[in-house]
Design a protein around this ligand. Structure first.
Ligand SMILES: C[S@@+](CC[C@H](N)C(=O)[O-])C[C@H]1O[C@@H](n2cnc3c(N)ncnc32)[C@H](O)[C@@H]1O
Length: 290
């Protein structure tokens, strides 16, 4: 019997139509638009088997991005696998804010050192570098990306290669690899630290079925989700004591953490200015520290 696009998309009511369309277009290597326009397109037996296997995995809450091995972020396509957090649209706010800041600093005499802490897929520094340098190829911007997961760093390196961007990848805890660098030149430099670190609580993690298959190391932190940001703030304080540079830091947070993070920042960096930006849903999402 003929197996068509229409038939496969109407089977299995447990999976949303959108997910089925994405998986089917991945299997037959055609766009979703092709599916709409060609409901009677014939699918081979092996394609049907592959599609059904993906549906079974999707039913076990495996993120669709892991199944199709990529995810779009800030208009760029990123390779993803089970070792990294799937990039979220919320994080595009940090990227857009960093790009605006870097462009505002101008190209003339200033060096920019971008340090992305907890880089995962590398989506933040790659999107920033790609955007800034495509508009101005002569921009002086060094980029370092750090992660505690070696497997995540492999994914980030693969993405940097794919997008042809130069990033130094370092393995370690938060900014510790920076302290170990024998030479860090910061004269006339603005350092921008971007950090989308794990910030949800154990309880939030347990209550959210959709994130169970993503690495817990990328999602959960102690101390009401703020333990890693606190440790990072301590390290930033130490960095500021040892080096002379202008610093801008950005943290992505959960909207419930605004008051606590403000208190924490004031504890370690009493002189700092703090600005909070909201995401597209109108929720506090980005903390900017200058
Ligand atoms: C929420 S994910 C964010 C990934 C990526 N930046 C993004 O926005 O999609 C947090 C990342 O921080 C890394 N991480 C967790 N603890 C860390 C630590 N102590 N030092 C450095 N990286 C850490 C995880 O491995 C994970 O890749």
């Amino acid at each position: 019997m003929k197996i068509t696009v229409k038939k496969l998309l109407t089977n299995n009511k447990k999976i949303s139509l959108l997910d089925k369309e994405i998986l089917l277009s991945h299997v037959i290597k055609k766009s979703r638009e092709f599916l709409f326009a060609n409901p009677d397109f014939e699918i081979s037996f092996w394609q049907k088997i592959k599609f059904e296997s993906l549906l079974r995995q999707r039913q076990k809450n495996i993120p669709i991005a892991y199944l199709i091995r990529h995810k779009e972020f800030f208009g760029l396509d990123f390779f993803v696998n089970k070792n990294v957090l799937v990039p979220r649209p919320d994080t595009e706010l940090m990227v857009a804010t960093a790009i605006a800041e870097i462009n505002e600093q101008g190209t003339e005499n200033k060096n920019i050192l971008l340090i992305d802490v907890g880089t995962g897929t590398g989506c933040i520094p790659i999107a920033i570098r790609k955007s800034v340098l495509s508009a101005n190829p002569n921009f002086k911007m060094e980029t370092i990306a750090i992660d505690i997961s070696k497997k995540a760093l492999c994914v980030a390196k693969k993405n940097a290669k794919k997008h042809n961007v130069e990033i130094e990848f370092l393995h370690g805890n938060l900014l510790e690899p920076i302290f170990q660098l024998s030479e860090l030149r910061t004269e006339n430099t603005e350092i921008i630290i971007t950090a989308n670190l794990p910030y949800i609580t154990e309880q939030q993690f347990k209550q959210e079925p959709s994130i169970q298959k993503e690495p817990k190391l990328a999602l959960v932190a102690d101390n009401e989700g703020l333990a890693l940001y606190e440790e990072l703030l301590k390290q930033i304080k130490q960095l500021l004591l040892t080096l002379d540079f202008r610093l801008l830091t950005m943290f992505e947070i959960d909207p419930t953490q605004t008051d606590k993070i403000k208190i924490m920042i004031k504890k370690y960096l009493p002189e700092a200015n703090i600005e909070i930006k909201k995401d597209l849903a109108g929720l506090d999402r980005l903390v900017i520290i200058t």
